[in-house]
Design a protein around this ligand. Structure first.
Ligand SMILES: C[S@@+](CC[C@H](N)C(=O)[O-])C[C@H]1O[C@@H](n2cnc3c(N)ncnc32)[C@H](O)[C@@H]1O
Ligand SMILES: Nc1nc2[nH]cc(C(=O)O)c2c(=O)[nH]1
Ligand code: SF4
Ligand SMILES: [Mg+2]
Length: 239
């Protein structure tokens, strides 16, 4: 029955979580297929643009767990669920998280805050990443408000990718709206398909972003980070 399965496009790791609240931690990744957004700069567009539809597999939670164990063996205790938008998936994701927890494995989630799922409450490291104007997407703040309300009392984080001044203003507005929530800024990668070393380009963007933060009294409590994996491994796939 396909409703008990999860559409998976890639499983990889162990790697190092390169973004946001879990930065620097060893983790495995499970990347689901399908997204309700179409961000112009999406570095994982293959999850939704049809270019890799033949690589999408419908897997049960225990099949995914088995594959994670084959890849990582004893060498991990954290799994990050990303996509695409994993929030498009309902009950099987709850079962998957329960299975990981039964094996003392912590769970991270990357999602954009456009859809709610009850299983969000079971996620250990929950990152909500609303999309700034440069993405071409609009934020439905009624939906985002209700997601944040549903998670009241739980330690979660917000992460906004910033490419330009307008994005920075958007990030400031989001931070102000949800001022009690840990807030991360993440450097936008303008060309997620460029080959070769991109570290100097990313570091120049980080320099710009840090300058913006340093001069802005409304951003005193935020953390501004690069995509650490992209600094070290450039646009390599599956890391
Ligand atoms: C590929 S998305 C998948 C999860 C979910 N759809 C989301 O956007 O949060 C994972 C993270 O990568 C970020 N991201 C995507 N493309 C990027 C780019 N070109 N530069 C920097 N971050 C990017 C997203 O903003 C998100 O925080
Ligand atoms: N190393 C590494 N860290 C990441 N943090 C968020 C990622 C994502 O694509 O969701 C990601 C990713 O793809 N790789
Ligand atoms: S929401 Fe995430 S996966 Fe979907 S298009 Fe935007 S960055 Fe890509
Ligand atoms: Mg990524």
């Amino acid at each position: 029955m396909s409703s008990s399965k999860i559409p998976v496009i890639e499983i990889f790791g162990p790697t190092i979580q390169g973004e946001g609240m879990v930065i620097g931690r060893k983790t495995m990744f499970v990347r689901t297929a399908g997204c309700d957004f179409r961000c112009v700069w999406c570095d994982s567009a293959f999850t939704w643009d049809g270019s890799e539809k033949d690589n999408i597999r419908l897997l049960t939670p225990s099949e995914i767990f088995h594959e994670l164990k084959q890849l990582g063996n004893q060498n991990f205790n954290h799994v990050t669920i990303s996509g695409g938008n994993p929030a498009l998936i309902g009950k099987p994701m709850m079962e998957f998280i329960e299975l990981l927890h039964e094996h003392d494995i912590k769970v991270g989630l990357e999602t954009q805050g456009s859809r709610w799922q009850d299983w969000f409450r079971s996620v250990d490291d929950l990152t909500i990443s609303p999309k700034p104007p440069s993405s071409g997407m609009n934020t439905d703040f009624d939906v985002l408000d209700s997601i944040i309300e549903n998670l009241a009392g739980k330690r979660i984080s917000l992460k906004v990718v910033v490419f330009n001044d307008e994005d920075f203003d958007y990030a400031r507005m989001v931070h102000k709206r949800y001022d009690a929530i840990d807030f991360y800024l993440s450097v936008g990668n303008k060309d997620p398909y460029e080959s070769g070393d991109i570290s100097s380009r990313l570091l120049m963007s980080l320099d710009w972003l840090w300058s913006k933060v340093m001069e802005d009294p409304e951003m005193n409590g935020v953390r501004a980070l690069p995509q650490l994996h992209a600094l070290v491994w450039a646009n390599k796939r599956g890391v």
